[in-house]
Design a protein around this ligand. Structure first.
Ligand code: ZN
Length: 211
């Protein structure tokens, strides 16, 4: 079990990486991790993720109240607290607006990854969550309806969310999601991706995770 300091350090590294990769611009995106005492470490409101320091990360309780009054958590904290409350298996959450994934989300195109076996094993079904106003209960309520069936989600007219057992897994799933969206975008220009046939999918589900 990593210490709170190790979790803080890793979350900060992931914020910087996401900014470098262009998954978040300006103040966009928010990232969090569950601490050993079940409180949540989350990025602050209206700060560029590429410029954060470890002191900028905010500890909140499950209701979203910050440990120190002078630090405001991300306005999207409800999205994160809802996920932790609903999924005891989740240790970290990543939310960004990666361009290719978000292009699918704003055009209401479901991301069908059953043409890529390794991505399919890792991410499975990717729900397109109906639009909810950012930062409100409306959005977290709509996500809740899909939470138990997936590890990665597109938010209509908004962006992407991924979850994982730890910070690395949540972030890597965001990378995989964006890579898949980019490949499918290119494949569309070549006439569209070819899905695996049912027998190949069945074999894949039997052989399990070999990514
Ligand atoms: Zn957002």
């Amino acid at each position: 079990m990593p210490t709170p300091w190790q979790i803080r350090k890793r979350l900060l590294e992931v914020c910087h990486l996401a900014a470098r990769k262009g998954y978040v611009a300006a103040y966009e995106g928010n990232f969090s991790a569950r601490l050993p005492d079940d409180r949540i470490l989350i990025t602050p409101s209206r700060r560029n993720k590429g410029m954060l320091t470890s002191e900028d990360l905010v500890v909140i309780d499950q209701a979203g109240h910050p440990q120190r009054a002078e630090l405001a958590p991300s306005s999207e904290f409800r999205l994160h607290t809802t996920i932790y409350a609903e999924r005891s298996d989740v240790g970290a959450v990543a939310h960004g607006h990666p361009p290719y994934s978000t292009a699918f989300a704003v055009s209401h195109h479901k991301l069908c990854i059953d043409c890529m076996p390794e991505t399919l094993v890792e991410l499975g079904n990717i729900p397109l969550v109906p639009y909810g106003t950012p930062g409100t209960h409306e959005l977290s309520d709509r996500l809740r309806d899909h939470l138990h069936s997936a590890q990665a989600f597109l938010l209509a007219n908004h962006g992407a969310v991924t979850v994982g057992a730890d910070v690395d897994e949540a972030y890597f799933r965001l990378e995989m999601l964006e890579q898949a969206a980019r490949i499918l975008y290119y494949a569309a220009t070549l006439g569209g991706a070819c899905s695996l046939d049912p027998a190949a999918k069945e074999k894949l589900s039997r052989t399990g995770n070999h990514t």
